[in-house]
Design a protein around this ligand. Structure first.
Ligand code: NI
Length: 179
C-alpha cells in the first residue's frame, strides 16, 4: 500500500467529472487500499479517487466513530463504487464540513439528512440502502467530488472567497516557516 499525494485547490483536476468504473478488479482494489492508507494518514474520514488524481467514481469512507463517547476510534472502512443517490429527504441539516483538498478550512453546509443510495462495494456486490447521520453527510460530500463539486461551492460567494483567502494566507505562513 502507498500514501498518495492529495490534490488541493485550485488544482483543475478537482473540477473533473469522474468516470464510472467498468469492473471491480484487483487493480481497483489496490487503488482502494491506497486511498484508505492516504485517508487514514491525512487524517480524514472520506476520500474520493479524484482527490488522489484518479478520475474514477470510487470513494472510501471511515467515520472511525468510537463505540462509546470518548472511547478509542473503531475502524469501519466503507467502499462506494459508482455510487448513486436514488432518493433524498426534504429535510436539510447543517454540518460543519471540511475537505482534505481544502486543508484546515471548515464551513457549515446544509444537506438532506437522509438519503437512499446504490453502490458497489470492494467485491463488486451491489447495495441499496437508506443512510442518515454523519454517513449521509459524508457520502454526499464525497459524491460531489465525483461531479467536480467542492463543499465550498455550497457557500455564498463572500464566504467562499473569505475561506480561500484564509487558505492562501495559511499556505504563505507555512511556506515562510519552512524556508
Ligand atoms: Ni472533500
Amino acid at each position: 500500500m502507498a500514501i498518495l499525494p492529495i490534490v488541493e485547490v485550485p488544482d483543475p483536476r478537482l473540477r473533473q467529472i469522474s468516470q464510472p468504473v467498468e469492473g471491480v478488479d484487483d487493480d481497483l482494489r489496490r487503488l482502494i487500499d491506497d486511498m484508505f492508507e492516504t485517508m487514514y494518514a491525512a487524517p480524514g474520514i472520506g476520500l474520493a479517487a479524484i482527490q488522489v488524481g484518479v478520475p474514477k467514481r470510487v470513494l472510501v469512507i471511515d467515520l472511525q466513530e468510537p463505540e462509546e463517547e470518548g472511547g478509542d476510534p473503531v475502524r469501519d472502512p466503507r467502499v462506494f463504487v459508482n455510487p448513486e443517490i436514488v432518493a433524498e429527504s426534504d429535510n436539510e441539516v447543517p454540518y460543519n464540513e471540511g475537505c482534505l483538498s481544502v486543508p484546515d478550512q471548515y464551513a457549515e453546509v446544509d444537506r438532506p439528512d437522509r438519503i437512499r443510495a446504490r453502490w458497489l462495494d470492494r467485491d463488486g456486490v451491489a447495495h441499496d440502502e437508506e443512510i442518515d447521520g454523519l454517513l449521509a453527510v459524508c457520502l454526499q460530500h464525497e459524491m460531489d467530488h465525483l461531479n467536480g463539486i467542492l463543499f465550498i461551492d455550497h457557500l455564498s460567494r463572500l464566504k467562499r472567497e473569505m475561506l480561500l483567502k484564509k487558505l492562501t494566507k495559511q499556505r504563505r505562513e507555512q511556506g515562510k516557516r519552512a524556508a
